[in-house]
Design a protein around this ligand. Structure first.
Ligand code: SAM
Length: 231
């Protein structure tokens, strides 16, 4: 799968590509590519943004520069491109990312393209005419789309075969179908007792069916709002 990121700060992704699960996915043939709209600007000083019509603070990414950048990468009118490929504007007000949205994106055989905003964000015509989706990683505002793009790439890549060490790791985890959409159950490891805090007996029992029942119940409990932690 091709995960393409349009960003003014492509070097941020050098670190991301070095991470083990990302490397695994890339060795398996998946790609995380970055493109800088600045490389496609023919304005002076390779300008990519401008002041907002109507006034106000900040700078807005220009629609003509984004078109050139998308045409440069895909050799296609971006208005047509979005009919064939998920081109996603990262924006705080977009569709909030959840496991179902990640599954949808991971199923995109063509690959996906993530557009990172900066400053005030995008000229709205970029979103309206070049994008198939908007995506928010949560209802708060980051300085730019790069971290949001990494969140999306990370979540999508872990869904792809080969990127995780253990084949089952992504099957039975929080919000998966296997857990009926509930959060995952608690895990414990050695020591079996620490400062008087004991691992639940059932997990040491070796009874697989009982362990399964216990885990399912804990998972459901968490789905129902979980328990409040002390402090
Ligand atoms: N003026 C915009 C607003 O009020 O909605 C905020 C722009 S923000 C400072 C700059 C860029 O960061 C956005 O264009 C977007 O690409 C990215 N960004 C910020 N918060 C985000 C979030 N929660 N999810 C996805 N992208 C986000």
């Amino acid at each position: 799968m091709q995960l393409d990121v349009m960003t003014l700060f492509p070097h941020w992704f050098d670190w991301f590509r070095e991470q083990r699960h990302v490397k695994n996915a890339m060795e398996d043939g998946h790609e995380v590519r970055t493109f800088n709209p600045r490389d496609h600007s023919d304005m002076s000083a390779r300008q990519v943004d401008d002041t907002p019509f109507g006034g106000g603070a900040g700078m807005v990414l220009r629609v003509d520069v984004m078109e050139k950048a998308l045409r440069g990468v895909y050799a296609q009118d971006p208005v047509e491109l979005r009919k064939e490929r998920r081109v996603i504007a990262l924006t705080p007000g977009g569709r909030v990312l959840d496991d179902a949205f990640v599954d949808e994106l991971a199923a995109e055989e063509q690959g996906i393209t993530l557009l990172c905003g900066r400053y005030e964000g995008f000229d709205e015509r970029i979103v309206q005419h070049f994008c198939s989706d908007t995506l928010s990683i949560g209802r708060y505002v980051l300085a730019g789309g790069e971290l949001a793009a990494m969140v999306v790439c990370d979540a999508v890549l872990r869904k792809l075969p080969g990127s995780l060490g253990h084949a089952n790791s992504a099957v039975e985890e929080s919000f998966s179908v296997a857990l009926d959409g509930d959060p995952e159950y608690p895990h414990y490891t050695r020591p079996a007792e620490y400062r008087g805090w004991k691992v639940p007996d059932v997990l040491l029992s070796g009874h697989h069916a009982e362990i399964e029942t216990w885990r399912r119940a804990r998972s459901r409990e968490r789905g129902d709002g979980g328990s409040r932690l002390g402090r």
